[in-house]
Design a protein around this ligand. Structure first.
Ligand SMILES: [Zn+2]
Length: 179
């Protein structure tokens, strides 16, 4: 889905989706859904630890990004962008996951019980088969880091009562990184 996995390549990719900073993850998900012609759903789930924090499950009809419920909002946002990074990079969606061998088979049962709309076979593949390669992990993490630097500032991160001014300032500073 993307040719160059650097800032310039990613900017061109987002331009193609009609997106500009500050980037909103919800809008990114909407535009990815439209451009790929497949619904993309984000699901928070209490993934058992130890284990990775997120997973992309590709069913025949729908992509699910499952992310750890038991962590901070900022961490959750990064997990989601990491998984979207795998999607944007076009990594093989047929039999890989971020959970590798770390997660017992019971994990997919727990997930399916909570979200019966997810195709069981697809979940089993994503949750129990081989993990991504190191290179793919670096690519997804690089995309997540760049997208985070372009993201809408989290108002909760500003705690001195001047959210509006600081928020706008931070947003404008982030805009200058859109190069
Ligand atoms: Zn990953």
């Amino acid at each position: 889905m993307i040719r160059r996995l650097d800032r310039r390549g990613l900017r061109g990719f987002l331009d193609g989706l009609g997106l500009a900073p500050p980037l909103d993850t919800g809008h990114l998900v909407e535009r990815l859904t439209e451009s790929r012609g497949r619904p993309l759903r984000l699901i928070d789930h209490p993934i058992q630890m130890p284990g990775p924090f997120g997973c992309w499950i590709a069913t025949p009809t729908t992509d699910y990004v499952v992310y750890q419920r038991e962590t901070t909002p900022a961490h959750q946002a990064h997990i989601v962008l990491h998984e979207l990074g795998h999607i944007i990079a076009g990594h093989d969606r047929s039999g890989v996951g971020d959970l590798g061998d770390l997660v017992p088979p019971a994990e997919s049962s727990r997930l399916i019980r909570a979200h019966p709309e997810i195709d069981r076979d697809s979940a089993d593949r994503a949750l129990t088969r081989n993990a991504y390669t190191c290179r793919q992990e670096r690519e997804a993490e690089s995309i997540a880091t760049i997208l985070t630097s372009w993201s809408v500032p989290d108002p909760a991160a500003v705690d001195d009562g001047s959210t509006g001014v600081l928020g706008r300032l931070e947003a404008s500073m982030r805009d200058t990184r859109w190069t």
